[in-house]
Design a protein around this ligand. Structure first.
Ligand code: CO
Length: 227
């Protein structure tokens, strides 16, 4: 077994050189402050790296990632990231980004046991159970998985809206907009699931509309066959 990761250090040096050549003061500028506009809450999946997908540089996006981009009301890790991002960095947007073909969502859908993470994935199973009757009417597992990946984004976006961090920000008139997106591993593109919330009064209506639009879209796909 190799214990040598020198290729990663070489790759790091090449990257730092490139950045330095393109923007000579890049690192010294970032040394003193970070002013990201965005908090990205995404999946830990190695194929969904926030900065690369958005074409953004270090300093541009604050990131929290976990298995299946889950936001749990009592998760101090996620809450701490969110609190720092909103209260200290004053990010303008919090974006929950799921992705199609998510392993965590697949495990939740299929009741697959993978170990300790089963306890985490229970949260995604709660989402599945909430919409189970509707998903049971789908013709195949592929469609159910796509639907659950999207529903999970909307549910976790709702959870973001309900945190004390975001509720308090809205209460004091700070501008924070919550978004729900889904990323396609197959084409590298992000889609907006149109749950965009900018105030406490809009949360439930925005969630309801987004879930309704999602279900309509899948229902018409089911009627017409796949596009
Ligand atoms: Co995933």
């Amino acid at each position: 077994m190799s214990t040598d990761l020198s290729e990663l250090f070489e790759s790091n040096r090449r990257w730092a050189d490139d950045v330095q050549k393109r923007t000579p003061d890049f690192f010294t500028r970032l040394l003193t402050q970070q002013v990201p506009q965005y908090l990205w809450i995404g999946c830990a999946d190695s194929r969904v790296p926030a900065n690369e997908i958005l074409g953004l540089l270090p300093g541009d996006v604050f990131v929290h990632r976990n298995v299946a981009n889950v936001v749990v009301h009592s998760d101090l890790n996620a809450l701490s990231v969110m609190q720092y991002a909103v209260d200290m960095l004053m990010v303008r947007h919090i974006i929950v980004v799921g992705h199609y073909g998510c392993g965590g969502v697949t495990a939740a859908l299929q009741n697959r046991r993978i170990g300790l993470a089963d306890n985490w994935i229970r949260h995604v199973q709660d989402v599945r159970n909430k919409h189970r009757a509707w998903m049971d009417g789908m013709p195949d597992e592929e469609m159910r998985l796509r639907a659950l990946c999207e529903l999970n984004v909307l549910e976790q976006s709702l959870n973001v809206c309900e945190t004390t961090v975001v509720q308090d920000a809205w209460e004091r008139g700070q501008s924070v907009v919550v978004h729900g997106w889904v990323y396609g591993l197959h084409n590298g593109l992000i889609e907006d699931l149109k749950m965009t919330v900018a105030s406490a009064d809009d949360v439930l209506a925005a969630y309801g509309l987004a879930v309704g639009a999602l279900k309509n879209r899948f229902d018409s796909e089911r009627k017409q066959g796949r596009p």
